[in-house]
Design a protein around this ligand. Structure first.
Ligand SMILES: CC(=O)[C@@H](O)[C@H](O)COP(=O)(O)O
Ligand SMILES: NCC(=O)COP(=O)(O)O
Length: 237
């Protein structure tokens, strides 16, 4: 079974559009858990355009499933994670002005930097995952950082899926196998959707967890959160 962690950034985007508290992100997280999702993901960005640092503090108190906090480990992010001690932290090398995550780590160049950050989180019992493009050198580099897991950046898969899905998945399969051989857990995320998740799950060995936000919330506009989450759960069995 692959676990579904729902990224609720887009619920915060909707809330922030009016400046009030509708929809309430804590209630949304609790409902998402009640609908069967096995985790809640948030990715606070320095401009707090969707999830705010204060949201992370509030969510940390109520999330009963796996709480996964993603972000670039600047000082403010590191402090937030150490204060809230989520089950998992996912390190993403996104620039301050990035529209969304757009690349994985160079795990060779940043090996010592990542080792330092990861050891601080692991000392607090927080599982660590690092966001990587699907190339063997980054997986081998990830192992050397001391991370527990990798998160495969699936934007290239999602784009390639509509053109040649077998070609699109191939590098991910090789990387998941290598990660497993090295003792790393395998997460995946970015632009996964009800259209492409079944093929991804069927093809990718050792897939521990997917985090899905943008498409899942968009699909829920038509079918509702509960139905959409149950549809994902069926495809991830
Ligand atoms: C790491 C990753 O792929 C997701 O966290 C994605 O970056 C969502 O972030 P946004 O909601 O800011 O696009
Ligand atoms: N880690 C990926 C994630 O949390 C969700 O990404 P997306 O589904 O919003 O592209």
């Amino acid at each position: 079974m692959t676990r579904l962690s729902v990224n609720i950034n887009k619920i915060a985007t909707l809330r922030n559009a009016r400046g009030g508290d509708i929809p309430n992100v804590v209630k949304a997280a609790q409902d998402i858990e009640a609908f069967g999702a096995q985790g809640i993901t948030v990715h606070p960005r320095p401009d707090e355009r969707h999830i705010r640092y204060q949201d992370v503090r509030g969510l940390a108190k109520v999330v009963q499933t796996e709480f996964n906090v993603e972000g670039n480990p600047n000082t403010k992010f590191i402090d937030l994670v150490l204060q809230t001690t989520p089950a998992q932290v996912t390190l993403v090398p996104d620039a301050v002005d990035a529209l969304t995550s757009n690349a994985g780590w160079d795990t060779i160049k940043y090996k010592e930097y990542l080792q330092g950050v990861i050891s601080r989180f692991k000392a607090e019992g927080i599982r660590t995952s690092i966001f990587v493009n699907p190339e063997l050198k980054w997986i081998e580099g990830a192992k050397a950082t001391g991370a527990d897991r990798i998160e495969l950046y699936t934007e290239a898969f999602a784009t390639g899926y509509t053109i040649d899905k077998h070609k699109a998945i191939a590098p991910y399969v090789v990387c998941a196998q290598k990660a497993h051989e090295l003792g790393l857990g395998v997460n995946a995320g970015h632009d996964l959707s009800l259209e492409n998740i079944q093929f991804f799950k069927e093809q990718l060995p050792y897939l521990d967890e997917v985090s899905i936000g943008h498409a899942l919330i968009a699909e829920s506009l038509y079918d509702g959160l509960e139905t959409v989450i149950k549809n994902y759960l069926n495809l991830l069995k």
